[in-house]
Design a protein around this ligand. Structure first.
Ligand SMILES: C[S@@+](CC[C@H](N)C(=O)[O-])C[C@H]1O[C@@H](n2cnc3c(N)ncnc32)[C@H](O)[C@@H]1O
Length: 227
């Protein structure tokens, strides 16, 4: 786990260029946002937000009163995210919380939301997790804690990776290498937690990109139990 932390700390400055974003992973991000369909003025938690590559599309989708709360354990990844916020003038709409997702405190999220919004109970409308839950080792606990930050009837979208299939299987070694480089467990299939916790199976929407290497699943959640 310490080795993984060092990897993201050391690589934070180069993450956007070296992570395969343009060629491969942006497609999953875009598909995830489309499936999540954040509404105008909604509060979205970006779990394992990294350098903040989701912020622009999330803010575009939620409109001028939408809010994003980015959570990540790496100070260096968050420093890049904060520079992005400052550069783009998003400081009244995006707040960062440095935390291990498996120790996330809903009261910290609620404080960040009410700081930005000044009304409401600070609960979020949705959680978006792109390529992070396969990296987070205690993913069940992280997921439980993220759900505890949400209002009843909230939605979630998990975008993550698996080996490609069909004719694309030839690219499997490359996909495995990319995942191993990023410390991701390619067999974790974290979207299954969302499929399991959906309020009903008909709310689940799923799409695959890049030969099945990227899976995006969105659903309305059943109410999570408080921590
Ligand atoms: C592959 S990056 C994905 C970043 C971003 N979501 C994206 O789509 O570009 C994984 C991120 O998860 C973060 N992370 C890993 N373990 C974590 C944990 N236990 N709690 C919070 N963040 C964690 C890393 O610091 C890193 O920023």
């Amino acid at each position: 786990m310490a080795a993984l932390m060092r990897r993201y700390s050391a690589g934070a400055r180069w993450y956007d260029v070296l992570s395969g974003e343009r060629l491969v992973y942006r497609a999953g991000r875009q598909t995830g946002i489309r499936l999540l369909a954040p509404g105008s003025g909604e509060v979205v938690i970006d779990l394992g937000c990294g350098t903040g590559l989701n912020f622009a599309p999330l803010l575009a989708a939620t409109g001028p009163s939408g809010i994003v709360i980015g959570i990540d354990r790496s100070a260096e990844m968050l420093a890049v995210a904060q520079r992005r916020i400052d550069r783009e003038g998003w400081s009244d709409r995006v707040r960062l919380i440095r935390a291990d997702a498996a120790e996330l405190r809903p009261e910290d999220v609620a404080r960040a939301v009410t700081d930005l919004r000044g009304d409401g109970d600070g609960r979020a409308d949705a959680v978006f997790a792109t390529y992070s839950l396969s990296v987070i080792t205690e993913r069940e606990e992280a997921w439980r804690r993220a759900r505890a930050c949400l209002r009843p009837g909230a939605r979630a979208c998990i975008v993550d990776m698996q080996p490609p299939h069909g004719v694309w299987r030839v690219l499997s070694p490359l996909a495995r290498l990319a995942c191993a480089t990023g410390g991701a467990d390619i067999s974790a299939r974290p979207w299954r937690m969302l499929e399991r916790d959906a309020v009903d199976p008909s709310s689940v929407r799923r799409a695959e990109r890049k030969g099945g290497h990227i899976v995006a699943v969105a659903a309305t959640l059943a109410s999570g139990s408080p921590l």
